[in-house]
Design a protein around this ligand. Structure first.
Ligand SMILES: Cc1ncc(C[n+]2csc(CCOP(=O)(O)OP(=O)(O)O)c2C)c(N)n1
Ligand SMILES: [Mg+2]
Length: 717
């Protein structure tokens, strides 16, 4: 019996369909036997991987055992290479049903270079296939939900932004995005952040919650109040919620058919809550007997999807015991053959270990990005220059989308003709929505992971998100997405996938009243994030050139915009033209000198210049070098000026300890010790947060007096 209710306008279905005799959802004998064979194949690959693991021929195993029925039911109704997929690590059976060969899975298990998804870089069962539209999966539970939102939105954007070249080839009007997650994973904020946007945007997104009752050893009642995730999400508007016994193939098939039809017809997102089992413990390092009783395990065993399906096939006269035994033999033969091939396949060349941290195709440090400015008439502030650059780039490339908190002129477009418009708390995005429309410039919810995770999903499908995080101080909820997804995608997939998102972020102090949560600077944390470019302009012209390079290059970029520098007069410059770019990793010698060099960036550039002018009056000739980008940084110029002056200062706004100055100083000492006449000196913020009172702020943040003191100290050493 099937119950159907309405909650907040959303169809909420508690599917109670059972595999009834004669009720086969229109599935033929061959359909059902094929489905069973795929379930069996999934289980036997798990068994083979466990064997390889025990023989130390593979290095990690996590099984899809117990989840096979609902996943084959999904995989046989979704379309690989047509729909988009963000599968959980248990989704082996889904991937097989979509068409992923057993060999590909085993190549991943043995860490072969021929692993076509991840090139031997990511763990097995972390699915990836360009042909099937499965972007490489990380190991973080729940981050994928936001990527799924982004790819679902990307389809709608390709549909609506008619200026995108060749857009018809990039979407289908009935295409859907599938994302799956475990009961434990639904506790993560990113799951809920994704539901918000899936529902507000009525996105064509299908969630499958594979509820096996445990997250490693932690039972579902710890994760979910009431222990029932579908009950919790029933109140989300436009979300169709379904439940099924995910160990029952026919019931799963019927439920997914309804959910998929709902999503394909663009009525909104759907969530299927499937109850499954997990007979092989969490992974090969876990033993569920440590926390499950024998009775519980026995009851689970009776619900094993393979056991149930084989019994059904025989009971219905769809297969004989002998035929099932033959099927098992043929599956085992297929798996053994694939394993032999995988074991014989080449391993990665150790010399490739550091390849693909960044794009091998577009090098933002190259001369291609060097050009002469074509200065306009009047000087512009840094924030206006950023605004003009965004406008020009959006006009040039219709794939660019801009979103973040308060970046739109007005979300409610009806009011646009009566109001001035917001355009960002610093007005960096002012007028972009008016100029380029609300499909391309829009406000996000107040959720930083949502912004970056959606950007990842859109970029995976070839859009160019240029997102804003309102304040650097609040970037941290998005740090998981930056560190583990954005910056890792290309590397972990062996260059099969990339997500070159630009994150613009107002940063820094000197605001008189910014306090601990509007003054932070901690670029070294991002410089330590491999795969991410970190850019930090100090003046209007550089901001234009570096932002344009950030947008046109193929790597993820953290673009730091110093709030205090947004509207100074000393760093204004005429707009250098709609094609002005600056290569990354090329410092600017903003002041030449012979005796001492200050390597710096951001707000410390001007402070160092003032200190250098003062030192000059004392007879010390000081060079000031603005690094402009931190990752990559310009070692060539650092080395040249270290050799030229032999007395080095690194000045920055990050706190002293573990600031990027430590890295530069260490490298100078390591490689250029013989050229030094004095210890390398660092000028930095005190090792404490930035306090509210201007008196305290001044004591904490480095100023020109601090730089001058350092100059005097190294000059007289
Ligand atoms: C963000 C994050 N935290 C912790 C982990 C470690 N971890 C891996 S799987 C797992 C349990 C997940 O449980 P569930 O979502 O129910 O999926 P299941 O393994 O039961 O299928 C944990 C805690 C992780 N991978 N990601
Ligand atoms: Mg679980």
């Amino acid at each position: 019996m099937k119950a159907s209710t309405l909650a907040n306008g959303a169809a909420t279905r508690a599917s109670g369909a059972k595999a009834r005799a004669g009720d086969r959802q229109g599935l033929s004998r061959d359909d059902l036997r094929d489905a069973y064979r795929t379930m069996l194949l999934s289980r036997k690959i798990d068994d083979k991987e466990l064997q390889l693991r025990n023989q130390s021929l593979s290095y990690f195993q996590i099984s899809g055992a117990g989840h096979e029925a609902v996943l084959v039911a999904a995989g046989r109704q979704l379309r690989g290479g047509y729909d988009w997929f963000f599968p959980y690590y248990r989704d082996r059976a889904l991937c097989l049903a979509l068409g992923m060969p057993a060999l590909d899975m085993l190549l991943a298990a043995v860490g072969s270079k021929d692993d076509p998804g991840n090139g031997g870089r990511q763990m097995p069962s972390h699915w990836s296939s360009r042909a099937l539209n499965i972007p490489s999966q990380s190991s973080c539970v729940a981050t994928q939900c936001l990527h799924a939102v982004g790819t679902a939105e990307a389809g709608l954007l390709y549909e609506r932004v008619t200026a995108i070249p060749n857009r018809e080839a990039k979407y289908h009007s009935d295409q859907i995005t599938y994302v799956s997650i475990g009961d434990g994973g639904t506790s993560e904020g990113e799951f809920w952040e994704s539901l918000n946007t899936a529902c507000t945007g009525k996105l064509p997104l299908l969630y499958l919650v594979e509820d096996n009752g445990y997250a490693i050893s932690t039972p579902v009642e710890v994760q979910t109040p009431g222990g029932d995730i579908s009950r919790l999400v029933e109140s989300f508007p436009d979300l169709a919620v379904y439940r099924c016994d995910g160990t029952d193939y026919l019931e799963s098939y019927e439920t997914l058919a309804e959910a998929i039809a709902y999503v394909r017809s663009r009525r909104g997102p759907a969530l299927v809550h499937a109850h499954v089992t997990r007979p092989y413990s969490h992974s090969q390092t876990d033993d569920e007997r440590w926390y499950k009783t024998a009775e519980e395990r026995e009851a689970e065993g009776a619900r094993d999807p393979l056991f149930k399906m084989s019994r059904f096939l025989v009971a219905e006269g769809l297969a004989t015991q002998e035929e099932l035994a033959d099927m098992l033999t043929s599956v085992e033969r297929e798996v053994n053959r694939a394993a032999d091939l995988a074991l014989a396949a080449p391993k990665p060349d150790p010399r490739t270990a550091t390849a693909f941290v960044f794009s091998p195709d577009i090098d933002p440090t190259s001369g291609l990005f060097a050009c002469e400015p074509q200065p306009g008439e009047s000087p512009m502030t840094m924030v206006d220059s950023i605004n003009a650059t965004l406008k020009d780039e959006m006009a040039r490339d219709p794939r660019i989308v801009v979103f973040g908190q308060d970046v739109a002129d007005a979300t409610r477009t009806a009011v646009l003709s009566n109001v001035q418009g917001k355009g960002g708390v610093f007005k960096a995005t002012f007028g972009l929505q008016r100029a380029h429309g609300n499909d391309r410039v829009f406000n996000s919810p107040l959720a930083e992971a949502n912004i970056i995770g959606r950007g990842v999903g859109m970029a995976l499908r070839g859009l160019k998100p240029v997102v804003e995080i309102q304040f650097f101080d609040y970037i941290w909820p998005g740090f998981m997405q930056i560190r583990n997804e954005l910056s890792m995608m290309r590397y972990r997939s062996g260059n099969h996938w990339s997500c070159p998102v630009v994150i613009r972020v107002p940063i820094g102090g000197y605001l008189k009243g910014g306090a601990p949560y509007h003054s932070q600077s901690a670029v070294s944390i991002f410089a330590q994030t491999q795969g991410l470019r970190v850019v930090f302009p100090s003046n209007a012209q550089d901001a234009v050139g570096l932002l344009r390079t950030a947008i046109r290059c193929d790597d993820p970029v953290l673009f730091c915009e110093h709030k205090h520098l947004y509207r100074q007069t000393y760093n204004k410059s005429p707009y250098p033209g709609a094609d002005y770019t600056l290569p990354f990793g090329k410092a600017a010698v903003v002041r030449d000198g012979r005796d001492v060099v200050v390597f710096t960036w951001g707000a410390l550039v001007q402070r160092s210049l003032l200190a250098a002018q003062q030192a000059e009056r004392d007879g010390v000739s000081v060079a000031v070098v603005d690094l402009r980008t931190i990752s990559p940084y310009d070692w060539e110029t650092i080395a040249a000026y270290t050799q030229r002056t032999s007395r080095v200062i690194v000045a920055h706004e990050d706190p002293l300890t573990c600031g990027f100055g430590a890295e530069i100083a260490a490298r100078i000492v390591e490689e250029l010790f013989d050229h030094l006449d004095a210890p390398v000196k660092r000028v930095a913020a005190a090792d404490c947060p930035v306090a509210y009172s201007p008196v305290l702020e001044e004591a904490i943040l480095p100023g020109s007096a601090d730089v001058l003191a350092a100059i005097r100290s190294v000059a007289s050493y």
